[in-house]
Design a binder for this molecule. Structure first.
Ligand code: 13P
Length: 288
């Protein structure tokens, strides 16, 4: 199956009351694991790629080719969207040209007028190419690829302004942060989420910072209109822990245990388990 826009799969998810996982990919193993887990559970999936991850993997075109070829090789039949995560203005256009099927333009750090103007331009170009657009208001806290934000609560009027530009999915800061949540985290602000949901109409909402959000908060956010949940750090932690265990057990020193195909295998398998857990929690199994 070819890459698809995230629009239809997320409209369906919002209507039917589940969320599609955005699993951020970092390399070949990540991509294989995410695709295999989703195919096995017959679930749609969104592969998220930050600008830093795209640079690491050799640029947007390399990523597009890798994902498309892996889908052919593994005979992937579920809907897969390849989505730029937290794209800059320049990065959004580059990823569009390279063949991404979904784009996030993150203008949340600009004054609202500039966020509106730039989001409008990205929407116009992307829609002409059949590509879905995610916009953001109110920064997501934490640090991702050097982009640091202390986390804001989105302003509802600003959400209305940006959501009305024809964006297909919409992210707003509601107390969520990237990375691990601190012990004193106050949790998601559901009052604000309900207000935003009401203000933006039926646009599927996006919950960033999916790592470590307790299941009851995930389910409540889905009931309030969240239809895409982004997960990155949790796969990284599982991968690192499985590879560390392999090395600490001295397995890289046994026979050909140093072969990267063996050394990275426990990490790749750990990612499959995390992705399956998320697809199950988010309710997208058999929704392909
Ligand atoms: P985590 O790294 O906290 O899972 O967040 C991922 C994310 O929101 C990507 O945009």
């Amino acid at each position: 199956m070819a890459l698809v826009s995230a629009k239809e799969m997320l409209n369906k998810a919002r209507k039917e009351g589940y969320a599609v996982a955005q699993i951020n990919i970092n390399n070949l193993e990540w991509t294989q694991s995410a695709l295999k887990a989703a195919q096995e559970l017959n679930s749609p999936i969104i592969l998220g790629v930050s600008e830093g991850a795209a640079r690491y993997m050799g640029g947007y075109r390399t990523v597009v080719c890798m994902v498309k070829e892996l889908m052919k090789h593994y005979n992937i039949t579920i809907p897969v969207a390849l989505h730029l995560d937290h794209g800059s203005y320049k990065g959004a256009f580059e990823a569009l040209e390279a063949g991404f099927s979904s784009i996030m333009f993150d203008g949340s750090h600009y004054p609202i007028e500039e966020n509106v103007a730039k989001t409008r331009e990205v929407v116009e170009k992307a829609h002409a190419m059949g590509v879905s657009v995610e916009a953001e208001v109110g920064g997501i806290g934490g640090e991702e690829d050097g982009v640091v934000s202390s986390g804001e609560l989105a302003d509802v009027e600003e959400c209305k302004m940006v959501a009305s530009l024809g964006v297909d999915l919409f992210a707003a800061g509601i107390g969520n942060i990237h990375g691990k949540y601190p012990d004193n985290w106050a949790g998601l602000n559901f009052e604000l989420l309900a207000e935003i949901s009401e203000a933006v109409g039926r646009i599927p909402l996006v919950l960033h910072g999916g790592t470590g959000i307790p299941e009851e908060q995930v389910l409540k956010s889905i009931s309030l209109g969240v239809a895409k949940i982004n997960v990155n750090t949790e796969c990284q932690l599982a991968f690192a822990s499985a590879v560390r265990e392999y090395i600490l057990a001295g397995k890289d020193l046994e026979g050909k245990g140093y072969d990267p195909r063996r050394l990275l295998k426990p990490g790749a398998e750990a990612i499959i388990e995390v992705v399956k857990e998320k697809l199950t929690m988010f309710g997208s199994i058999n929704k392909a």
